[in-house]
Design a protein around this ligand. Structure first.
Ligand SMILES: NC(=O)c1ccc[n+]([C@@H]2O[C@H](COP(=O)([O-])OP(=O)(O)OC[C@H]3O[C@@H](n4cnc5c(N)ncnc54)[C@H](OP(=O)(O)O)[C@@H]3O)[C@@H](O)[C@H]2O)c1
Length: 359
């Protein structure tokens, strides 16, 4: 493996489609020759050496559904989106604030392409957010936050938080923990969460003012109606887990003109139920856009343009949000890491140590 040759050979995780195993394969990046005779990243691209990757539910969801015909587009489907590592080379005309040698973190966003569980990555910063690592965290922590904090920032974008009453469904999910912290920092008056008791104390520390145990109350509609009776309707419902429990009485729970933002839609998981759920939530979003319902309903997706990543980095540098890591798995043990993530019991982010950083 070396940069003095036109080809960089390295190991990465990949699969063909849902009928094939996820395995370590040999990969190659073709480099170009720079003016000083060295091989450098192509125009507009950044070449990175990866130290840590973190995995997200989107990775295994895609693995379960990727149909066989898509192998014609990409038969080396990668795994993992978030990464941390070091900048090796920057191609000409690359619009970026990072420099060669910088330690960085970010999100590799192209979906039907390689992934961050890979020793090297070549990315285009126009559509893959990347920034320098805050100096107060290590490279493992650096790989843990980009996708989930970026998603939380998108969920709350343009919502005035001061004195608001906010619900965070799935408050203990990795995204939910950041939503709670951002709502609290923004001055929300009340933050009601659904979560199991195991993280009750933690969520209180982050800013939750009232918690509903989703295990005891899988249909938490009565608990929300009770909350409305006590302290009024909600300004915002931020859904980080998926579900439909509140819709039968939504006009009594959410203020007229309020917002219901979700990153999952009506049903989580995969298969037929997920398909029906996503059709129903898409129809609701169309109704909202046409002004046919009394609140703003939005299925929120991560913004790949990435202007938000600089503000997110500052939040971490200034200790305004806490980072949560469930576990770090060796590169060879990605399958165990995926099993833990799929169990729905991860307590924060699951990381893959692709290459231990030099002390
Ligand atoms: N649209 C987007 O751009 C986008 C971006 C990121 C994530 N997502 C989606 O958002 C969801 C959350 O992702 P994540 O990475 O934040 O999750 P995660 O960290 O894997 O969430 C795990 C946590 O979920 C909680 N949980 C389990 N069952 C629950 C239930 N019935 N109700 C509420 N909470 C429950 C558990 O916490 P407790 O048991 O302690 O409560 C568990 O610790 C996934 O479906 C993911 O695909 C979408």
């Amino acid at each position: 493996m070396g940069l003095k040759t036109p080809q960089l050979n390295y190991k990465a995780y990949a699969y063909k489609n849902k009928n094939y195993p996820l395995e370590i394969i040999d990969e190659t990046i073709n480099l170009v020759k720079g003016s000083n005779g060295e091989y450098v990243a192509p125009k507009g691209k950044i070449l990175l050496k990866i130290n840590y990757a973190s995995i997200n539910p989107v990775d295994y969801k895609l693995y379960h559904v990727k149909p066989a015909f898509l192998k014609f587009i990409n038969d080396k489907q990668g795994f993992g989106r978030d990464f941390s590592g070091q900048v090796i080379s920057i191609g000409s005309n690359t619009d970026t604030e990072v420099k060669v040698g910088d330690f960085v973190q970010g999100i590799y966003t192209p979906i039907l392409a390689s992934g961050s569980c890979s020793q090297y990555l070549l990315l285009d910063p126009k559509n893959s957010p990347i920034t320098t690592k805050p100096t107060n965290i290590d490279l493992a922590k650096a790989a843990s936050w980009p996708l989930v904090l970026g998603t939380a920032i998108g969920l709350l974008k343009d919502l005035p938080l001061k004195d608001s009453k906010v619900a965070v469904l799935g408050g203990a999910t990795s995204v939910g923990r950041y939503v709670i912290q951002l709502a609290h920092n923004g001055g929300a008056r009340e933050i009601v969460t659904t979560n199991s008791p195991k993280n009750a104390e933690l969520l209180t520390e982050l800013g939750a003012t009232h918690q509903i145990d989703y295990r005891k109350h899988p249909n938490f509609l009565p608990q929300f109606l009770e909350s409305v009776k006590e302290t009024g309707e909600f300004d915002y419902i931020i859904d980080c887990y998926g579900g439909t429990q509140l819709f039968p009485e939504i006009n009594h729970i959410l203020k007229k003109g309020g917002a219901y933002h979700t990153i999952v839609g009506d049903a989580g998981g995969h298969g037929f139920a997920a398909l029906v759920g996503s059709i129903k939530s898409s129809l609701r979003m169309i109704s909202s856009n046409l002004g046919l319902i009394d609140y703003h309903y939005q299925i929120s997706l991560l913004d790949n343009n990435g202007g938000w990543i600089y503000g997110a980095r500052d939040l971490i540098q200034e200790d305004k949000v806490k980072i949560f890591i469930d576990s770090i798995y060796p590169f060879e043990d990605l399958k165990d890491a995926v099993a833990k993530l799929e169990s729905g019991k991860a307590d924060g982010k699951i990381l893959i140590e692709v290459d231990k950083p030099v002390a």
